[in-house]
Design a protein around this ligand. Sequence first.
Ligand SMILES: Nc1ncnc2c1ncn2[C@@H]1O[C@H](COP(=O)(O)OP(=O)(O)OP(=O)(O)O)[C@@H](O)[C@H]1O
Ligand SMILES: [Mg+2]
Ligand SMILES: [Zn+2]
Ligand SMILES: [Zn+2]
Length: 631
Amino acid sequence: MNITALLEQHRTEESRLNWQGTFKDYFDLVTAQPGLARLSHARVYDMIMARGCETRPNGDRAYKFFTDELFGIEKPLQQLVDYFASAASRLEVRKRILLLMGPVGGGKSSIVTLLKRGLEAYTRTEAGAAYAIAGCPMHEEPLHLVPDDLRPGLQREYGLYIEGDLCPSCRATVQDKYAGRVEDVLIEHVVFSEKNRLGIGTFTPSDPKSQDISELTGSIDLATIGTYGAESDPRAYRFDGELNVANRGLMEFIEMLKADEKFLYSLLTLSQEQNIKTGRFAMIYADEVIISHTNETEYINFVNNKRAEALHDRIIVIKVSYNLRVSDEVKIHEKLLKQAHLRNVHVAPGTLRVASTFAVLSRLEQSKKDGMSLMKKLKLYDGEEVEQFSQRDVKELQDECPREGMDGISPRYVINALSRTLARDGVTCVNPIDGLRALRDGLEQHPGLSRERRDELLNLIAETRREYDETAKKEVQKAFVYSFEESARTLLNNYLDNVEAFCSKTRLHDPITDEEVEPDEQLMHAIEEQIGVSENAKKAFREEILIRLSAVARRGQKFGYTSHERLREGIEKKLFADLRDVVKITTSTKTPDEDQLRRINDVVNRLVGEQGYCRICANELLKYVGTLLNR
Ligand SMILES: Nc1ncnc2c1ncn2[C@@H]1O[C@H](COP(=O)(O)OP(=O)(O)OP(=O)(O)O)[C@@H](O)[C@H]1O
Ligand SMILES: [Mg+2]
Ligand SMILES: [Zn+2]
Ligand SMILES: [Zn+2]
């Protein structure tokens, strides 16, 4: 570490951030880099795009700006970015208020927080830099100093688009302090900061009777009114409402539809006309992104409220429903657990997956399609293939239930339930069964759940448990096969050799006896019977395998035991069937002999060394599977 270099870098950075100059200096900067003067929506859009975007195989666009923090809600995020894209080109949509609508704990606040924190960081960078008239209570764009009649010329010459007029305070300062000499006005670099009330505001509705509009639009400063005589003197006014504060950046309006209508109309004027109306002054220009959130019930009331009609078409609604993909839900829980700073408790493999499975199941709606269960739907949504259905069916399933994802268990609920268990004294490891128990106990304390819904959820827990039982068995069986992959590969190659000979009606060469032998019908059958390939169907099945084999080879890839879904299943089941008795006896015996002890030890070691278990959950898993196999 070179401390001198670091300090020097720090100083350069500080001096860049503390830049001050005259309007003339700023003008040189902004003509060289017109982006400095972009409007709020464009700044947000550039900030998001600066981090990049990738297109997923299913066509979804994933914006890096969000993907480290938010999972499985690509659709609403795409809509959000699309909104900013149009608003950045100054299309009419920028004059609408953004409203995120969705269920509790679905990530609405997180989206807004990311945007706010993003702006704070972005305005510290060169690409996101912002400048303001020094001393302006609304840190306004310095180009407002340019008189109207000069603006078209500047736009033609430099491509500078100037919108908005000086605020009352700056107008007074330019006259009083600079005697109208605009070029001398002091300009400074500004960094948005919610804490410093610059560029980022938040409004929370409280009791409408006591809450005053001045919280939004600023107020008269009673202490100084005597000094300046008139209420309309800008020096006697505090431009400290949230709308003033958020000028050039973003204002979050929490639970907007809970607010009194008078607040909403204030917002409307601002978004429609880019003006804050305060009564004292004609109009104060402001440019900011307004983003708010609400739940579905309140939104429906709002839509049905005729008195609020004027507002309806001035709002752009983005539906933020729950994530419906288990693998993404696992990521959400991992993130939340990390944030929870729990003491060192081991979370056993599969625990978050089980919790996520339950959470996603609770959000799904039953399909009318024949043979479609919630569990199958869950797997399809997560990109897996299931019996009878494929990824091609996903779109239709989604269209069948447009409200899907607006109800159910939230990530917050899951984490609260898990945390309670994790934080319990003496707990050093939490496994999937503990997790399910915690989720179940949580339901008892969950307010506002009907008897019926609680029973439904309990059923889903039971279903999740059944699904986990299968996984647990597989996990243990895999650990029992010394090298599962290796055994599977050997069995596959053996099978393929025989199938090849069978289909081409040739014989196999036995390397040991050096004899030519008939294909081993017993071996092939042992695998095929596991997946119900009948005597009549075996020829077609084997030919299908060979066709797949050559197709894979033509693409220059290797045919592995996972290359054909049913064959994989057959091979796994065959390996497990061979083992079943060993596993059963070893895991459930109360008095293991030396051989069994060694075996158990090996398996535990493998679970710990390769699968992420600790000794506690590895042993519990074995015990659990032992009881399952003995049922
Ligand atoms: N899709 C998601 N990806 C990542 N984290 C998520 C997701 N959905 C929810 N979360 C996390 O769950 C927690 C609750 O979300 P958040 O507070 O943003 O929800 P909300 O929609 O604002 O809820 P409320 O209606 O209760 O205010 C947050 O910590 C958030 O990060
Ligand atoms: Mg919230
Ligand atoms: Zn000003
Ligand atoms: Zn453990």
